[in-house]
Design a protein around this ligand. Structure first.
Ligand code: NDP
Length: 292
């Protein structure tokens, strides 16, 4: 049976470590990191994510600023708000919850955030810095995935890593991070042929697709480490709504060496990584070292 990689416990440790560092920052420099979250419209899932982010920011001792805008807000109104937050010295991190309504160009909005306040790591400058291996703000989900992997095995060098999904938010930045750890990386997507055979060669298998149980248990190489990023709501046999990942968990855990559950795997680590990024952004804007 696979070892369960407990994202909940790991995230709790990371949040605790961030709050201790925030306390030290306050005491030594009078600095309180601040995160501003922008939610446009009433998307149910987004409201849940934003609520969790706000609660955890406050619990970590940081300032939390919440901007809820109507679905009909114009792009230029949103850009004006971002400009004000870019200039606000109390705001060190700005996060615009995606997806945005169709009439707003997400790329323009993301790239209007000051790169040093871009705690989601989606700004073109941060993407470029990550790709050339320079210090940058790294997208939270891949950052969380790396910490989950490292908690299981510190040395990833030489491993065959397969990532299913090539989004800018998860798949591509995670591929870069795994490459930096000297993995041999394959990125699969909707046009990939014979996904099963590719998965069966993976020492590290990450799925970030968003389709329930698309990865079958017998696709997992015996002993592999499996990270399930997918979040899918399905109806269980009893008719109840249930959250599941992309991986056929019950089958996969019989063959994998280690595996993350859904929920309780990548999700909690994503928010903890956001707090870590906000702390880093605040310290770098004030040119102070992140407390040890
Ligand atoms: P996207 O929809 O942007 O990307 C999905 C990727 O999956 C695409 O690259 C797509 O390929 C690929 N894909 C789709 N169908 C198949 C298929 N049949 N076989 C192989 N590849 C396929 O999603 P995101 O990256 O934003 O998110 C992925 C999942 O992760 C979602 O369930 C999302 O909810 C979850 N998520 C979870 C987070 C967390 O904190 N736990 C954070 C972020 C996301 P193509 O490019 O060819 O279309």
């Amino acid at each position: 049976m696979a070892r369960l990689i407990d994202g909940k416990a790991l995230a709790a440790n990371l949040r605790q470590s961030v709050s201790e560092k925030v306390e030290l920052l306050k005491a030594e420099h009078g600095l309180i990191p601040g995160l501003a979250v922008v939610l446009v419209g009433d998307n149910d899932a987004s409201q849940v994510y934003v609520r969790n982010k706000i609660i955890q920011t406050s619990q970590a001792g940081m300032n939390s600023f919440h901007n809820k805008l109507a679905a009909g807000v114009t792009e230029s109104e949103l850009l004006d708000l971002i400009e004000r937050m870019n200039a606000d010295p109390l705001v060190h991190g700005i996060l615009v919850q995606l997806p945005l309504p169709d009439h707003i160009n997400a790329e323009i909005v993301i790239n209007s955030i000051l790169p040093q306040k871009d705690v989601d790591g989606f700004h073109a400058l941060n993407v470029g810095l990550l790709n050339i291996g320079m210090d940058s703000l790294i997208p939270c989900t891949p950052l969380g995935c790396m910490q989950l992997l490292k908690s299981n095995d510190e040395d990833l060098s030489g491993k065959n890593a397969v990532i299913i999904g090539r989004s800018n938010i998860v798949g591509k930045p995670l591929a870069t991070l795994l490459l930096q750890e000297n993995c041999t990386v394959t990125i699969a997507h909707s046009r990939t042929r014979d996904l099963k055979t590719i998965c069966q060669q993976a020492d590290i298998l990450v799925s970030a697709v968003g389709k329930a149980h698309i990865v079958k248990g017998h696709w997992v190489k015996p002993g592999a480490t499996v990270i399930d990023v997918g979040i899918n709501r399905i109806k269980s046999e009893t008719g109840k709504s249930q959250l599941v990942g992309d991986i056929e968990f019950a089958e996969a855990e019989k063959v994998a060496g280690a595996i993350t559950p859904v929920p309780g795997g990548v999700g909690p680590m994503t928010i903890a990584s956001l707090l870590q990024n906000t702390l880093k952004a605040a310290c770098s804007q004030h040119e102070v070292r992140i407390p040890e």
